[in-house]
Each structure stands twice: as C-alpha cells, then as structure tokens.
Write a protein of this length. Structure first.
Length: 126
C-alpha cells in the first residue's frame, strides 16, 4: 500500500466521517447503552469531541459510510415501535480508520507549533 493513499476506499475519510466512525466504535462497545444507534453516536460526539451535532448530519454520514461499506447496520430487537438501526464498523471501515490515523501521524511528523504558540510568526507570513 502506498503511504500517500489508502486502497480501502475511493478517497480518504473526511474529518466528520472519521469522528462518526470512531463514535460508532466507542458506543458499539457499550451494549448496555443500546449500542451504536444514531442518538448514541450523536451524544458521543458531543461529549467527547465537544461539538454540537445535528442528528440529521449524523444519519446522513452514517448512510454515506454504509454505502461505502465502512459501517453496517441492522435493526435491533424490540418490536416495530422500538426498532433502532444499530451500526458497527466493518473490517474495511477499521482499515480506513487505521489508514486515516497513519496519514495524520505522517503529516504531523516534523511539525513544531511551539514557536507559533509562543507568539512567533509562521514561516512565509508577512
């Protein structure tokens, strides 16, 4: 596999796609909480990532990820009125997450932000 591009999908994961998939992985482990259904994923993003997220954006992203084969869903038991789609990261999705993390780590190698945080100027800034 080329370090510049993942072969698991047509394009690298977007930031929000990556965050949604990680929230699915985290909430999917908590079976007592009902698994990784849409509202649980939304709550996880809000609590851990500290960002407000519209439930529509979560479901649109989950649907897109499922179409790409990166997550899968099934209806939970509980009757028609309590039926929820519960999501899980697929093996292909896990590979995409690993590829995304590795790409981010390669990009961060050699980056030193301390001078900027200390009030310095970025190279090339005027």
């Amino acid at each position: 596999m080329s370090p510049a591009f993942s072969t698991t999908s047509d394009a690298p994961l977007g930031t929000f796609e990556e965050q949604v998939m990680l929230a699915v992985a985290r909430t999917g482990r908590a079976a007592e909480a009902g698994g990784a259904y849409g509202m649980a994923v939304r709550r996880e993003l809000e609590e851990v990532a500290g960002r407000e997220v519209a439930i529509g954006a979560v479901y649109a992203t989950l649907d897109r990820l499922e179409a790409k084969g990166l997550v899968a869903s099934e209806r939970s038991e509980g009757g028609a009125s309590n039926s929820r789609r519960v999501f899980a990261v697929t093996p292909r999705g896990a590979r995409a997450l690993v590829d995304s993390r590795e790409m981010r780590e390669r990009l961060w190698r050699g980056v030193d932000l301390l001078p900027l945080l200390a009030g310095g100027r970025a190279r090339g800034a005027t």
